[in-house]
Each structure stands twice: as structure tokens, then as C-alpha cells.
Design a protein around this ligand. Sequence first.
Ligand SMILES: Cc1ncc(COP(=O)(O)O)c(C=O)c1O
Ligand SMILES: [Zn+2]
Length: 421
Amino acid sequence: MSYVTKLVCSRCGEEYDPKINQVMCKHDDLGRLDILYDYELIKEKVNKRSIISRPRDTWRWAELMPAYEKYAVRLGEGGTPLIRSKRLGEKLGLKNLYLKDETRNPTGSFKDRSMAVSVAKAREKGVSVTTTASSGNAAAALAAYSANAGINTVAFVLSTASDGKVAQLKLYGASVIKVNGIESGEDPSVKMMRASVRRFGWYPSPSFGPFNPYQVEGPKAISFELAEQFEWKPFDWTLVPTGSSCLLAGIWKGVRDLTEIGLVDYYPKLVPVQPLGNSPLIRAIKSGQEFRQIEAESHPSTIAAGLSDPYPWDGDAALEGVRKTGGTGETANDREIIEAIRDLAKYEGIFAEPSGAAALAGLKRLLDAGVIDRSDRVVALVTGAGLKDIEFAKTLISQPPIIEPNERDLGAALKAEGLNI
Ligand SMILES: Cc1ncc(COP(=O)(O)O)c(C=O)c1O
Ligand SMILES: [Zn+2]
């Protein structure tokens, strides 16, 4: 059975019956159709004991998801480890640093959580073509889940998308169309996706709430898992790499779901981290702006491709989450993001892509500023794997020495590498 009671447009308040599976508001007002649940009924099914024997994927929380489990595509998303950092925490002087390792998801990023739910909904609706606008990760996730479900995908990506990400998409069988340059105000890949949805009636499945509300529900499970991993006890902060803000919106919704069904009675403070060169949401947080006052970044500039959406589509929900939890926002520049990639790899053995490492970069700033206390319990999400963009990783390293196979050359090379032998 479905526990969804209705869908309500976040802009105009129009209500929709969940049975009609509406995806976008009919008033074309860029409102997100927020999904409401019957928490009283869910409470009877979901509790600390009832979930223990369930699978550790999205459907562990089936009652809190907007699609029927029988349509699930199961590639093993979610159930990611919460790693207690020793070495990196020590370096930062932070006693309780935890890393939620989302690089372990099937296509290498947290977007698998979003698309697991969206594609389940697509199957329920009998969709034959899914479409997306993405820098790569959301598209790869959509293509993989659609492939498994036997549904075609058309992906519009920016012409700057890395070869590796495009290759991954193509191998999943997606049709990929590269779109040139970001014009000020509107991402051209989004423009093409919207045009195709209007013209061909395809199912829109980007990871932006206003174009698909179902996928927003997938990342809620990050909040559910964190609560369970902390044994339902409070922790202080969750830092989230942020672009369109959909991930943060999902995490916030997950926190609210948990309090609604009485599984926890605290809110961790939510902290989006955006790249300095594309930070409209952080500016809004710092200057007390309302969502409607936010303007798209005119020329986003960052090495973090996943955080380069010029407009925070789900910024309304993100702002609410930050304000209601007493959180804050932070930026990180490219140099700091690179340092975070190096630290995660060197101190923790986690290989992240730039977008994936941004939360850690923001954390350093907040520690230095004294906003986060060094005794706080802090979670930093690591959202995307470094293996997705090896070309970029190559730019961070020096080439290893090549030696003749003799011990004299070996000794010289080890010395040059700084190894004391
Ligand atoms: C690896 C990674 N981390 C974080 C994000 C940010 O998510 P959102 O756009 O929902 O804010 C993205 C988005 O593409 C991403 O690919
Ligand atoms: Zn509306």
C-alpha cells in the first residue's frame, strides 16, 4: 500500500492526488510537488526493531518512499558506511569526525539513491523514455537504473562534462547529447531537457525537485541511515556538498520524517557547502535572503562539476532546512577542494571527485572560524568517487620515476621520493 496522502506544489499550493502520478505542477511555475505522507500509519510499521531484518537499500524504508517496492530496481544503492575518522580527525583537531562514504553507490555517487526512486516511479507509470540534464553523475545513475529496467534514457550534458562520465553514460546505453556553454541565468542542458519533455512527453528525471519530486525522496535515506548508525542518538552537524540543493532538500525531508514518526527527537544542524565560484545559496544564507530573491550565478566557475548548477532549484527547502536546524552555509575555493581530495585519499583511503570532497573543505573553514567546535560530532558527506574523473585526478599528481631494474637505481629513486631507508 502507499502511504502518500497528496502532492502539494511548493509555489502555488495546488494539490494532486498521488494516484495520478503527477511529476510537475500543471501551472508550469517551477514549484516542486512536495510529497506528503500519513505518518500515523507509517509509525505502526516503521520502528527501530521492524527495520532490522530488512535489506540495507532504499526499500529498507519502503513506507517512507513514494513508489511501490514491487517496481524497485535493485542495484545496491544506499546502506553506505559511516566511517569514523581517526587520522583526518586528528589532523583537524576534531575528536568526532564521521565520513558518510557515498562513493560506494553502484555508479559511484549518491545520485543512485535519487534515481532508484525515480526509476521505480517511471516503471509504475509505464514510461518508455527517461530524460535528464546533468553534469554527469545524476545522468549516469538514471542511465544505469533505466538500463536495468529496460527503459531508454536521453541525457543532456554540458559540453564540459568529462570524457569518463560520458563514457559511463554511453555504456549504460543512454543517448547522450552535449550542449554548449552556460548562458547567464539558465543552464542550457536544462533548457533542452524541458523542451524535450514538452515536445516528446518524455519522463523528466533530473535531480531537481521542480522537474521530478520522486527522486528528492531517495536521499532521505541518508538521514535515516545516519540516525540508525548513530544508534538513534543525537549528533551535531551534517555537511553537504551542494549544487542544485536537491540533496540537502532530501536530507532535510528525511530528518523531518524521522521526527514525525518519533524515531528521533533532534535535528542535526545542516550545512550546505558550495564552491566559491558558484555559491548563490550560501550568499542567501549569509545575507538572510529569501528563496525568491536568489539569482542564478551568471558565470559559475569551479572544478567541482557536480556543484556547478547555476541555480539552486531546491533552494527553498534547503534554506528551510538550514534555518530550522540552526545550521549555516560555507564556501570552499578550488585550492581547498583539492586539498580535501588529497586529505581524504591520504589520511582515510577514500578517493573522492572534487564535488565529493567539498564538504570536508567547508568543514575546515568552519573549524577555523570557530563555528564548529572541535568536540562536536560532525558528519561530512563524501558524495562522489574519484574514479569517475581520472583525467582530473591525473592533474594532481607528479609522475613516478622510471628505473632500470637494479638496486642502485632503486636506492636513488627511493631517496628522490623522500623515503628514508
Ligand atoms: C558528487 C556530487 N556531490 C554533490 C552534488 C550536489 O547535489 P545537488 O545538486 O543536489 O545539490 C552533486 C550533484 O550533481 C554531485 O554530483
Ligand atoms: Zn504550482
